[in-house]
Design a protein around this ligand. Structure first.
Ligand code: F6P
Length: 359
């Protein structure tokens, strides 16, 4: 197989700080090896619609710390779910992708995204598309890698928010509920909650009951702690809600995910109804967690992943994803990474919280 001359890059799914650092590394390394790079705008949409921009060193100058993605993102899905079998079947968009790649002479793709974006890259392999993946999502729920780009930056936001909220919770003797992202896995909630000293942490992995939360807060009151901080993942499941996340079932994206949100306000109302002797108030961190500058950890991880992705392309190791195992950057087959999605929070962290007396 001849070495690729032209690499196409795309960024899909929810954005996160660090994506631009990966783009910068890809362009620099590829150029150093004599390969050209083009960027497709807005994830898979850009490939379907042949919407691309050349990416040279000048285009990626100064973007190392900048959040978001200079290429834009979308949740465009060139496959659709077969209702009978539940498997993904190609739509006409797949043909358009193949046409774009041929017309533009793009030999290989680097897809930067979460399980949806990377899943498309994997499903395109049997159609002859040569792609490698880079994991990015603040949710950190991609299998096969210890960390995805963006998670560390989101943790920094949550930790700072909890530090700030502590002072007002303490002054007003309130139960402050902080809703964080985390659709299927509670990585942001558990590690952000631990780093920010939360008293109750609710993750999708372990359903909770309002009565349990109320008891935990009352125990703190009895011990003379007249305020509490509760961190709840958007995908947390209350037994009173049938152990299902609170979702707007009418707002579903192209990958079949309903929009989540509202569990924080729901919990506040339930605690008030149940007669909690503290005033609950809610802060929803939402997109603040995905914005802003990338932490040094994410800049370095993204830079290493970007360089590694170009190496994978050079070596012809397609249908694979860059991954962090301990401190080493390695390659894992996309099939393996996707089979491990959504990657749950390890029991060790949940146990750590319990050992600290956190519900
Ligand atoms: O990036 C992942 C994520 O932040 C999830 O936690 C969340 O459910 C989802 O994206 C929401 O994204 P959007 O509102 O942009 O579709």
């Amino acid at each position: 197989m001849p070495e690729p001359k032209r690499i196409g890059v795309l960024t899909g799914g929810g954005d996160s700080p660090g994506i631009n650092a990966a783009l910068r590394a890809i362009v620099r390394r590829a150029r150093g090896l004599g390969m050209e790079v083009v960027g497709f705008r807005d994830g898979w949409r850009g490939v379907v619609e042949d919407d691309l921009v050349p990416l040279g060193p000048a285009d990626v100058a100064g973007i190392l710390p900048v959040g978001g993605t200079i290429l834009g993102t979308s949740r465009t899905n060139p496959f659709q779910k077969d209702p009978a079998t539940g498997s993904w079947t190609p739509t006409s968009k797949v043909d358009r992708i193949l046409e774009t790649l041929k017309r533009r002479g793009v030999d290989a793709l680097v897809a930067i995204g979460g399980d949806d974006t990377l899943g498309v890259a994997h499903r395109l392999a049997p159609h002859g598309v040569r792609a490698v993946g880079i994991p990015q999502t603040i949710d950190n729920d991609i299998g096969g890698t210890d960390y995805a780009i963006g998670f560390h930056s989101a943790l920094a936001v949550v930790t700072e928010a909890l530090d700030r909220l502590h002072t007002t919770a303490h002054a007003h003797h309130r139960a402050l509920i902080v809703e964080v992202m985390g659709r299927d896995a509670g990585w942001i909630a558990i590690l952000g909650g631990l780093a920010g000293g939360a008293d109750v942490i609710l993750v999708p992995e372990e359903p909770f009951s309002v009565a349990d939360v109320k008891r935990a807060l009352e125990r703190r009151l009895e011990a003379g702690r007249r305020f509490s901080i509760i961190v709840v993942a958007e995908g947390a499941r209350a037994v009173e809600l049938g152990s299902k996340p609170l979702a707007a079932e009418t707002r579903v994206d192209a990958f079949g995910h309903p929009q989540l949100g509202g569990i924080g306000y729901w919990l506040a109302a339930e605690l008030e109804k149940a007669g909690l002797p503290l005033t609950p108030r809610v802060t929803v961190l939402a997109y603040l967690q995905r914005g802003g500058v990338a932490t040094p950890f994410d800049r370095l991880l993204a830079t290493r992943f970007g360089i590694a992705a170009v190496e994978l392309v050079r070596e012809g190791k397609y249908d694979a994803m860059t991954a962090l195992h301990g401190t080493a950057v390695v390659a894992v087959p996309l099939a393996e990474a996707l089979a491990g999605c959504p990657k749950p929070v390890p029991q060790e962290f949940l146990e750590l919280a319990r050992n600290l007396g956190v519900r």
